[in-house]
Design a protein around this ligand. Structure first.
Ligand code: A3P
Length: 259
């Protein structure tokens, strides 16, 4: 079984990247990308919901290759078959503070996830890795190191915001597609925050409200860099930065927290 491309970390732009890759694989045919919701175009590998929903693995097993696989697994939990088949991986990372903020709102609207506790408690949970899919620090550094061994395109949410066309071009080249500038620009427009927010096939509005309660927080929430400044107090930010420096001390990985 060969999976050909797939992507990662929760709340760092997975849905955005799925839309971009689907557009790239369909040569910029943005109408075709409206054929079905995100979760059908890129099944979520580790999702195993109760009936009548299909598990991610069931969905993937019925799809021909090449196919898009969504996963949030940390690198050490990835099935060996992915590496044996030399699958292409697109990893999207996001600065920790914005990632945390997005996580916090998502976990409140997602009725399938445990309650967040207070904002203050959630910062502690995030720093200690007590959030779905585990430690942000281990996740981003584990995948960063995996680039040396595997076909991993490691992208940053902040770079995508700064220059979507440039990053879409990188994705296209990684996937073996040479696309004209006009096609890249069309994809950039179709995958902009505002377009995706209005697109029922990309904004998660097809997920039942007893799972995603978008009245609590919309899935397409803000889509910005630096929203953390609206959430952290000065002392929370300092506590966070201290732990952050300690945990990322030995890596060359660098994030931008503002543009
Ligand atoms: P915010 O909560 O900060 O708004 P994921 O898909 O991995 O769960 O990530 C969701 C985050 O990506 C949300 O962040 C969402 O708004 C943002 N996002 C989704 N599509 C986007 C787009 N086209 N441009 C910018 N941000 C986007």
């Amino acid at each position: 079984m060969c999976f050909d491309s797939w992507f990662i970390i929760p709340k760092a732009g997975t849905t955005w990247m799925i839309e971009i890759v689907d557009c790239v694989m369909n040569d910029g045919d943005t109408e075709r990308c409206k054929r079905s919701p995100t979760h059908d175009r890129a099944p979520f590998m580790e999702l195993n919901p109760p009936k009548p929903f299909h598990s991610g693995l069931q969905q993937l097993a019925s799809m021909p290759s090449p196919r898009l696989v969504k996963t949030h697994l940390p690198v050490q939990l990835v099935p060996q078959s992915f590496w044996e088949n030399d699958c292409k991986v697109i990893y999207v990372a996001r600065n920790a503070k914005d990632n945390l903020v997005s996580y916090y709102h998502f976990q409140q609207m997602n009725q399938a996830l445990p309650e967040t506790g207070s904002w203050e408690q959630y910062i502690s949970s995030f720093l200690s890795g007590q959030v779905p899919w585990g430690s942000w620090f281990d996740h981003v550094t584990g995948w960063w190191e995996s680039k040396a061994k595997h076909r991993v395109l490691y992208l940053f949410y902040e770079d995508l915001k700064e220059d979507p066309a440039r990053e879409i071009d990188r994705v296209a080249r990684f996937l073996g597609k040479g696309l004209d500038q006009a096609v890249i620009d069309r994809i950039a427009d179709h995958t902009s925050f505002l377009q995706m927010k209005e697109n029922p096939m990309a904004n998660c509005s097809t997920v039942p409200s007893f799972i995603f309660n978008q009245a609590v927080s919309p899935f397409m929430r803000k889509g910005t860099v630096g929203d953390w400044k609206q959430h952290f107090t000065v002392s929370q930010s300092e506590r966070f930065d201290e732990e952050y420096r300690r945990r990322l001390a030995g890596t060359s990985l660098r994030f931008r927290t503002e543009l």
